[in-house]
Write a protein that binds this ligand. Structure first.
Ligand SMILES: NC(=O)c1ccc[n+]([C@@H]2O[C@H](COP(=O)([O-])OP(=O)(O)OC[C@H]3O[C@@H](n4cnc5c(N)ncnc54)[C@H](OP(=O)(O)O)[C@@H]3O)[C@@H](O)[C@H]2O)c1
Length: 319
């Protein structure tokens, strides 16, 4: 990837896409191409085809997707499978047919079987049943990964998939019904602080462990892989470091300055007891994350308090 190559970041206003854009600009890539959903609805195949015909794109970071928390996935499963299949099918196909040199597709660790050996290796894909709550989303992601592999095999199209762990960071979604765990807990604890609430309730027992990556580190991994990875298939993008939900919550309380009591609601589910990815493949290539969890959460919190951060509220009520 040369500094003046034409690089399309699909989903540049989202958590991951905005981090990829920041990293490319900071590294002096001078020809980044972006379109908001209003300017180019990636579900529209004719519009996507016309865009690729006009723009002579060299590289694609495909970070546009319908993304949401557990509630949105359960409520809007139809939207999740339709929109994600349309977005990725349109972009991958038009990119191939219009001479794109390489495409990176963002998957998600939810595509791995619900019960699988930890840390999760790339080759555990399709070895067992998936978590039912986000099945439509996961199936769409598996289809996207398979489409990249099949286009590589049949047409020689250089495309591959990155599977991130839980992502958090600047531009995260703080919608109360649609956020992921770190942003959701940050919001509740901060609201507890502002209201001087003696207690804030968190779900479950807090013993489940998860892996979190700062969006800026994931962006760095994506650019590193775009430059150095040509084997196709998929590769995990994470830190390999586990933290329990209780540790995360206590850390978040310190970051937002909440001094009250955190009450654990044991009637609520913990989810999968442990979810951590095997990152030996990316680490063997020489890539490592740079941001300690506390530092990343502090950066995320500081951004959320800015007027720009307060506008990031993605809800999914539109069909
Ligand atoms: N967040 C995580 O924890 C996580 C974990 C694993 C994997 N991932 C993957 O990383 C990717 C990016 O996730 P994210 O967290 O950055 O999501 P996000 O913050 O919700 O951003 C999604 C982006 O997709 C764009 N988009 C959605 N529908 C579109 C459409 N029809 N046409 C054009 N653009 C559309 C949105 O554009 P507008 O802003 O213009 O609406 C937004 O910029 C996804 O593939 C996701 O599966 C995320």
């Amino acid at each position: 990837m040369n500094k003046d190559d034409r690089i399309f970041i699909a989903g540049h206003r989202g958590l991951v896409g905005s981090a990829i854009r920041r990293a490319l600009v900071a590294n002096n890539y001078t020809n980044t191409i972006v379109r908001s959903r209003g300017e180019l609805d990636l579900r529209d195949s004719a519009a996507v085809e016309a865009f690729f015909q006009e723009q002579a794109v060299d590289y694609v970071f495909l970070a546009a997707a319908r993304v949401g928390g557990i509630l949105a996935n359960v409520r809007y499963g139809g939207d999740f499978i339709r929109d994600n299949l349309l977005i990725q099918t349109n972009v991958i196909d038009a990119a191939y047919r219009n001479g794109v040199k390489k495409l990176l597709f963002l998957g998600s660790s939810c595509i791995y079987p619900k019960h699988t050996k930890q840390p999760i290796r790339e080759d555990s894909l399709l070895t067992g049943p998936l978590e039912p709550t986000n099945l439509p989303y996961a199936i769409a992601k598996i289809a996207g990964k398979t489409m990249c592999d099949a286009y590589r095999q049949q047409y020689g199209f250089n495309s591959f998939t990155v599977m991130p762990c839980n992502v958090y960071g600047v531009n995260d979604n703080f919608d109360p019904d649609n956020s992921h765990v770190a942003a959701g807990l940050m919001r509740r604890l901060y609201e507890g602080k502002v209201a001087a609430a003696p207690e804030v309730t968190a779900w479950g027992t807090g013993v489940a462990s998860r892996e979190f990556i700062d969006a800026d580190d994931l962006a760095d991994a994506c650019i590193f892989l775009m430059q150095n990875y040509d084997d196709g298939g998929m590769i995990n993008g994470g830190t390999g470091e586990e933290v329990t939900i209780r540790e995360l919550t206590e850390l978040l309380a310190e970051v937002v300055g909440y001094g009250g009591t955190i009450v654990w609601d044991h009637t609520k589910p913990d989810g999968t007891p442990r979810k951590v990815m095997d990152v030996s493949k990316i680490q063997a290539m020489g890539w490592r994350p740079k941001t300690p969890l506390r530092e990343g959460l502090e950066k995320m919190f500081a951004h959320w308090l800015t007027p720009q951060g307060q506008t990031v509220l993605r809800t999914f009520t539109d069909g």
